[in-house]
Design a protein around this ligand. Structure first.
Ligand SMILES: [Zn+2]
Ligand SMILES: [Zn+2]
Length: 145
């Protein structure tokens, strides 16, 4: 599946079946996502490639290690490499919506916004940040149907 930023300068592609998505409700991801959470997925580095515009990717890294990559022209959040691991975090909002995807987990729900009342109780919820391996297992545990 392909994805792009708002201005279309940056285009990327994930060449494997997509896993399920997770939403992080922490205060930083809310600011990054512009809403009650950001929604993302994690794909193997080998299955990700930039098609155009990689030179327009700007990067902000917080002292804590949180990293946000964005288009230097339009400000859209774009994929960024997962620290020290052979994975890439992909913002679901950047993907062309050509295949139905599904959210499998909500994380950092203990720090969600007071006005965030929509988390479906049936899905996996983590008070804080789970182990990356646990999150990845969950995302890939069964394919999108
Ligand atoms: Zn752009
Ligand atoms: Zn977060």
């Amino acid at each position: 599946m392909r994805g792009e930023c708002i201005c279309g300068e940056i285009v990327f592609e994930v060449v494997a079946d997509l896993p399920k998505l997770y939403q992080c409700h922490c205060s930083i991801c809310r600011k990054q996502g512009g809403s009650s959470s950001n929604t993302g997925l994690i794909v193997a580095e080998a299955n990700f490639r930039w098609l155009t515009g990689q030179e327009n990717v700007s990067s902000y890294v917080k002292a804590t290690g949180f990293r946000s990559d964005f288009c230097s022209k339009c400000g859209s959040v774009v994929p960024n490499p997962v620290r020290d691991r052979p994975y890439v975090w992909v913002p679901a909002v950047a993907l062309d919506d050509t295949q139905p995807l599904e959210i499998v987990a909500h994380i950092c729900v203990a720090s969600k916004a007071s006005w965030d009342k929509q988390i479906p109780p049936k899905l996996a919820q983590y008070e804080s940040m789970p182990m990356l391996s646990e999150l990845i297992d969950l995302m890939y545990s069964n394919a999108n149907t």
